[in-house]
Design a protein around this ligand. Structure first.
Ligand SMILES: CC(C)(COP(=O)(O)OP(=O)(O)OC[C@H]1O[C@@H](n2cnc3c(N)ncnc32)[C@H](O)[C@@H]1OP(=O)(O)O)[C@@H](O)C(=O)NCCC(=O)NCCS
Length: 224
């Protein structure tokens, strides 16, 4: 499913349960030492997805450890993102010559618990969610807003190294499967975009969102 949201330069892999063998490699074991077995299986399945996605770029299997802020420590020259939720584990990667940043997120396609939208949404986004819910009640727009912000954060953080609260992003959700995000970080992060475009879809009881930022060198020059 996730590949439908991503540009051709991206390699991705996903599973909907933990039934496939997913051995951890090297120091990955230490990342989940003492964790609940269910969380270990989820982590291992997502790491296996990351290895399958990286194999699509021609990279050999290797431990995928954590970098600053909990982001995956991809090999030099690789950008990527991982997500897991009930019924979904997925990973997406690309060469950094093609993409500057990548963020993916999966959520159950269910409304947020009462009160959570007030923590996630801005004053601007509240009326948008109400309007979209009135016209398309089949989509849990509040959860989609949350997922879009998570995907944006996963693209933002590895380049900026900066925490970003939910109130520091304003997202416009498009009923046709797109979204845009405008960020207002506390501090400027030189060279890191403040505007993002993403895509979303719903299916199999899930919401998926993705943000892919083209590398500057991969953007064709504008025609004069
Ligand atoms: C980090 C965060 C985005 C993870 O999202 P989540 O929905 O809780 O969980 P998911 O399963 O989708 O994603 C977890 C994966 O995100 C990745 N991740 C964690 N921290 C990350 C970071 N700082 N940057 C990029 N990716 C990160 C990891 O790969 C992690 O999986 P792993 O531990 O198995 O490697 C979320 O917990 C968080 O802290 N959000 C608050 C910040 C935010 O979203 N602000 C929105 C402003 S736009």
């Amino acid at each position: 499913m996730i590949e439908r949201l991503l540009p051709a330069a991206v390699r991705s892999a996903e599973v909907f349960d933990d039934s496939a063998p997913a051995p951890l490699l090297g120091a990955e074991h230490q990342l989940v030492a003492g964790r609940h077995p269910e969380r270990v299986r989820q982590f291992a399945s997502a790491r296996a997805c990351a290895r399958r996605a990286q194999a699509g770029l021609g990279l050999p299997p290797a431990p995928l450890l954590r970098g600053p802020g909990g982001a995956p420590a991809w090999s030099p020259g690789v950008v990527g993102s991982i997500t897991h939720c009930g019924g979904y584990r997925g990973a997406a990667v690309a060469r950094s010559t093609a993409l500057a940043a990548l963020g993916i997120d999966a959520e159950p396609a269910l409304p947020l618990p009462t009160g959570v939208l007030g923590l996630v949404g801005t004053d601007e986004e509240g009326p948008m969610i109400a309007d979209l819910t009135a016209t398309r009640p089949d989509v849990p727009w509040d959860r989609l807003l949350f997922s879009a912000k998570e995907a944006v954060y996963k693209a933002w953080y590895p380049r900026s190294g900066q925490w970003l609260g939910f109130s520091r992003a304003t997202v416009r959700l498009d009923p046709d499967g797109g979204f845009t995000a405008r960020l207002r970080p506390e501090r400027p992060a030189p060279g890191v975009p403040l505007r993002y475009t993403g895509r979303w879809l719903t299916g199999r009881g899930l919401l998926l969102t993705a943000v892919a930022v083209p590398a500057v060198s991969a953007v064709p020059p504008a025609r004069s």
